[in-house]
Design a protein around this ligand. Structure first.
Ligand SMILES: *Cc1c(COP(=O)(O)O)cnc(C)c1O
Length: 455
């Protein structure tokens, strides 16, 4: 019955433990839970990356989190750099967020009618963000992106969308597409269940490629409703773009009457309170948010100028709605979290801490001559087994992920939890202490020695 459980503990079908590596932690309880979960959920999970398909072993079932630490079902403790994939910029179980949520919950959890809390969160955001004038709350990043695209299409009365290879925008049909071969291509769907006709409305080009962008605008003159980009592409490695490229993109959109959408579901409130728009000082037409905005609760949002937003129903003709949109408990978490982020020096401290950490790791790898690079911005980092300057998805060598797989296992065994894929970035939270980071550095140094010694 417990096939994968047996497999893991007999070592059957798995590569042998490195002679220099640490022994594997116990995953007995997690493995049991996983077997059960497989009876209930496709692949045993409610979101695919959680299944640990690209790293070693059974997925860890998490029991609790506090500050920078998480504990799994077997009682193993880790310093967590996944941070729920980004939302937990204050760390786990932050007292301010928790207390605000409990206070609000005592008055009921949902009304489907407006509450003052929605005003409060909107005011917190809009007062401190010069790039948008009005906002609409939804319940996930995917929903925010889907709505932003409908808005752009409704506003411009055009159909086509341009996206970049290697940017992730949630599981929106029109955006689950990847590039075909050629400079400018219609997307090929990257998921079953998406009509080709949908993908035909999506143009895909490479990041950091002005030539391809220009050709797309020539080929599809006056047809492109919106260009959508993660201004800090952080879902397929960390593909940092030159400010100059983003500025170029802004100008091309303006010249062609195309709306520029910054998908800031990760970068929003992460690389600064004003996100990437503020970081690069570039004003997109629509911005989408998610992750951090909800303080760990399911919240997404999209915002734009008052003029563009006036197209949303009930003011305008673009329909968009949500039973739990602006949910008071979720708003409460967002309010409590964003209030902390506005404290003077919050981002300076967090970013300095991250810089110190990533520089130390890079210094170690460089001194050892390891083919290993740390890419970083704000409090986001990405470990890549490369010596190249990676700025587009095509530059990532899939074979390098074998090394990540080993690194992940070594780190787990040393009490450090990274997201279970080499294409995912790591996050540092305000709760990560100097001691956590020192411990993590040592774990990384030892693990890299194992990874590169094993060959
Ligand atoms: C996470 C993410 C999404 C999807 O958000 P969900 O809340 O998972 O639906 C969309 N865009 C970007 C840039 C993201 O990082």
């Amino acid at each position: 019955m417990f096939d994968s459980f047996k497999k893991i503990f007999s070592g059957e079908g798995e590569e042998p433990v490195s002679t220099t590596g640490k022994p594997d932690i116990s995953r007995e309880k997690s493995a049991e839970l996983y077997e059960k979960a497989k009876l209930y959920f496709p692949g045993g999970v409610n979101s695919p990356v959680r299944a640990f398909k690209s790293v070693y072993g059974t997925p860890l079932f998490i029991q609790k989190g506090d500050g920078s630490q998480i504990w799994d079902a077997d009682g193993n403790q880790f310093v967590d750099y996944c941070c729920s994939w980004g939302p937990l910029i204050l760390g786990h179980n932050n007292a301010k967020v928790r207390e605000k949520v409990i206070e609000v919950m005592q008055n009921g959890m949902s009304f489907g009618a407006p509450t003052a809390l929605e005003n409060e969160l909107a005011e917190l955001i809009l007062k401190h963000n010069k790039y948008i004038e009005k906002i609409r709350f939804v319940s996930s990043g995917t929903e925010a992106v889907m709505s932003a695209i409908r808005l752009a299409r409704g506003y411009t009365k055009r159909n086509k969308i341009l996206k970049f290879e290697g940017c992730y925008h949630g599981h929106v049909d029109a955006l689950l597409v990847k590039a075909g071969s050629g400079l400018v291509t219609f997307g090929e769907t990257s998921s079953a269940g998406i009509p080709k006709a949908f993908a035909d409305e999506t143009i895909v080009v490479s990041l950091n490629d002005k030539e391809a962008l220009l050709k797309a605008f020539e080929d599809f003159k006056d047809q492109i409703a919106a260009v959508i980009i993660e201004p800090v592409p952080a879902n397929n490695g960390l593909l940092l773009q030159h400010k100059e490229f983003l500025q170029y993109l802004r100008n091309v959109c303006t010249q062609n009457g195309t709306l520029l959408i910054f998908d800031e579901v990760i970068s929003g409130f992460r690389v600064g309170f004003e996100g990437a728009a503020g970081y690069y000082q570039i004003k997109p037409d629509i911005i989408t948010y998610g992750k951090i905005i909800g303080g760990g609760m399911p919240v997404g949002a999209y915002g734009s100028s008052a003029e563009v937003m006036s197209n949303i129903s009930p003011e305008g003709p673009v329909y968009q709605a949500g039973t739990l949109s602006g949910n008071p408990v979720a708003m409460a978490a967002g309010i409590a979290q964003l209030t902390e982020l506005l404290r003077l020096g919050f981002y300076r401290d967090l970013n300095n801490k991250t810089e110190e950490f990533t520089e130390a790791v890079q210094r170690f790898a460089t001194a050892r001559n390891y083919k290993f690079k740390v890419f970083t911005i704000g409090s986001i980092f990405w470990f890549a087994f490369t010596d190249k300057d990676i700025r587009k998805a095509e530059d990532i060598d899939p074979a390098s992920m074998e090394k990540f797989k080993k690194l992940h296992r070594e780190l787990i065994n040393r009490g450090v939890y990274l997201g279970p894929s080499g294409y995912e970035v790591g996050f540092i939270s305000a709760a990560h202490t100097k001691i956590d980071l020192e411990k993590t550095k040592r774990a990384i140094f030892d693990s890299l020695d194992v990874v590169f010694r094993d060959k």
